[in-house]
Structures are given as C-alpha cells and as structure tokens.
Design a protein around this ligand. Structure first.
Ligand SMILES: Cc1cc2nc3c(=O)[nH]c(=O)nc-3n(C[C@H](O)[C@H](O)[C@H](O)COP(=O)(O)OP(=O)(O)OC[C@H]3O[C@@H](n4cnc5c(N)ncnc54)[C@H](O)[C@@H]3O)c2cc1C
Length: 306
C-alpha cells in the first residue's frame, strides 16, 4: 500500500514540485546527495579524501529508455573521470555504474559498450569501476557483462546482494584472486521465491557470504551500516589476517559519518558511496518505494550521525 503510494508520487510532477520545495526535503537531499553538478561531486570527494576516506561516485539515474539518455550517462562518467584524474583524486575515487542507466533494459550490447568505454576511461584515469546491482531480473545479465569487462579490466567490481538465495553460490564463484566484490544486503523489493524476506534470514545470509569472501582470495568490500555486520567484519579481518589493502568497508554518503571516521581512524579502508546529479528526486523516491522501511532509514539518519 505504502509502496504504491510512493511509486505513484515518484511519477507525479505535481508531487515532485511539492517535495522539491519542502524544507525537510532540501535537508534530506543535501544530506544524502553531493549536489547536482560534477563540480559538487568533486568538492564532496575532495572533502572525504582529505578526511582519509576513499570514494565511489554514482551519477544518479537508472532505467534509461533511449540510446541518447544512455550515451549521455556514459559521457558524464567520461567527463567525471577526466576531472577526477585532473584533480589528483584517483585512485582514491572510483566510480559506481548502473547498467540500466547505460541501456541494459532495451539493448544489452549497448550497455556493455557504454560500460566498456567507462572502464577504459577509468583505467586511463588510474582508477576503476564497480557495477551496481539492481533488481534480481538483471542479476544474470549484469554478471555476464561483468565477466566480459573483467577480461580487459580485471579490477572491475561486482555487487552481490545477501538477500538473494543465490548469492552464496555467486560469492564462491567470485571469490578468486583479484576479484573485487561489494557485499550489501540488497535494496529492492524481491519475491520470496528468490529472496529471503526476514531481517534475521538476510543478516544470517550476509554473515555466510562475508565468511566466503573474507576467507577467499578476492578483495571483499563490506557495504553496510549495520553495527553487528561491521563488528563481525572486523572480527573476520583479524581472523583471516586481512589488512587495509585486502578488504574495505563501504557506507553511503551522509549515513553514519562518525562511524566511517572511526573505522578510518582505526586504520581500515573505508569508502563512501557518493551520489550526485539532478535526478535526486527519482533516486530518493525510488529508494523509498523499493523498500518502504527506508523511510525509517532516512529519518533515523537525519537524527543520528553516529
Ligand atoms: C556503499 C553501498 C553500496 C550499495 N550498493 C547497492 C547496490 O548496488 N545494490 C543494492 O541493491 N543495494 C546497494 N546498497 C544498499 C544496501 O543493499 C542496503 O539497502 C542498505 O545499505 C541498508 O542495509 P544495511 O546493511 O546498511 O543495514 P540495515 O539492515 O538497513 O540496518 C541495520 C542496522 O544498521 C544500523 N543503521 C542503519 N542505518 C543507520 C543509520 N542511518 N544511522 C544509524 N544506524 C543505522 C541500525 O542499527 C540498523 O538496525 C548499497 C549500500 C552501500 C552502503
């Protein structure tokens, strides 16, 4: 019910105008999105890097429906990467890319070509790319594109979602040497046939997947704000003797900044995921619609910085 209300609102330009002018929204946007322009993204990145954090930048937008939109997204990433290198912010900053923003929904070859161009630009800029993971209908396609990209750009990162029943198996397949894998819980509304539904089951799966990745030969990227998962991650790092060059923690821009600073202060590699761009309305609303529990997530983050 709540989900369909939010989804309806996400398509309404009237509601968008209303939301865009509400003082609460401006605070939320400022807190969770670096800004609309590439310069805003660079400024936020500079601040985080100066504070000892690594960064992954996401140009907002997904589910593009025309080749022109997909090409425009690719070109923005190419521009961003050039600017990051010019500002000396690589390799501390890498980029996160959604294949659906590059044409995956209507032309998988186009999405691959665009992603390949971004990987080549990242390589030239001295950094790399992580492919975000979207809903489960795209998992096979995204992993297939990842496999092709890794032939020429082996550092291209994958994202695996612990709520999917298949993910333990995917972790095993992607835990080989040099394989960068971001492990998150998963942010989409998924059916029971493919995904665990309860928090407890998802958390247990996250720990099983973390064990596979941390005991494997790849480079795990533990993306979570959950204190229990972070504590278990710290424990596994000690157990498997993984130093800061062999795994990292990741959190979203504006969420638990003090915890990000604490972990970095203790010598861990911590990467902040920084979204930017003018499609923030869709980004925030879709996030809420995908998982209405995120209403609490965003609300709590506004109150707490810990
Ligand atoms: C870097 C990064 C990249 C991501 N990429 C993807 C992706 O490609 N695909 C995808 O589907 N999802 C992605 N996600 C989203 C992810 O799947 C989760 O939806 C999101 O991170 C919430 O799960 P959680 O593990 O942080 O903890 P939750 O299960 O949301 O929360 C667990 C506990 O963490 C603590 N906590 C959480 N948030 C806060 C807060 N704001 N303030 C204080 N305490 C808090 C609370 O104790 C809470 O009970 C990404 C997340 C991150 C951090």
């Amino acid at each position: 019910m709540l989900r369909s209300v939010i989804l309806a609102a996400s398509r309404s330009s009237q509601v968008e105008r209303l939301v865009a002018t509400a003082p609460f929204t401006r605070d939320v946007v400022r807190r969770f999105v670096a800004g609309a322009a590439t310069d805003d993204a660079l400024r936020a990145t500079r601040g985080l890097v100066d504070d000892g954090l690594a960064v992954t930048l996401d140009h907002l937008g997904e589910d593009t429906v025309t080749p022109e939109q997909a090409t425009a997204t690719r070109d923005e990433y190419l521009r961003l990467l050039k600017m990051l290198a010019g500002a000396g912010l690589t390799p501390a900053a890498e980029v996160s890319v959604k294949l659906s923003a590059l044409g995956q929904l209507f032309d998988e070859q186009l999405a691959y070509d665009n992603a390949r161009a971004i990987c080549a630009a990242a390589d030239a800029a001295g950094t790399t790319v992580t492919l975000d993971m979207e809903d489960h209908t795209t998992t096979d396609s995204t992993l297939e594109v990842l496999g092709k990209l890794r032939k020429d750009f082996p550092s291209t990162g994958a994202v695996l979602q612990a709520y999917l029943r298949r993910t333990e198996l995917d972790c095993r397949e992607l835990s080989s040497a040099g394989s960068r894998v971001r492990l998150c819980k998963g942010a989409y509304k998924e059916p029971e046939s493919v995904a665990y539904q309860s928090t407890r089951e998802v958390d247990k799966s996250y720990v099983r997947c973390m064990n596979i990745l941390m005991s494997g030969d790849g480079y795990p990227m533990l993306a979570t704000h959950d204190p229990r998962m972070i504590a278990i991650g710290e424990d596994r790092a000690r157990w498997f003797d993984r130093g800061p060059e062999r795994f990292e923690f990741q959190m979203l821009y504006g969420i638990r900044p003090e915890e990000q600073a604490r972990l970095a202060g203790e010598g861990y590699t911590v990467r902040t995921y920084v979204p930017y761009g003018d499609e923030w309305y869709g980004y925030l609303m879709r996030r809420l619609a995908e998982r209405p529990a995120n209403l609490v997530f965003f609300g709590r983050a506004l109150i707490s910085k810990k």
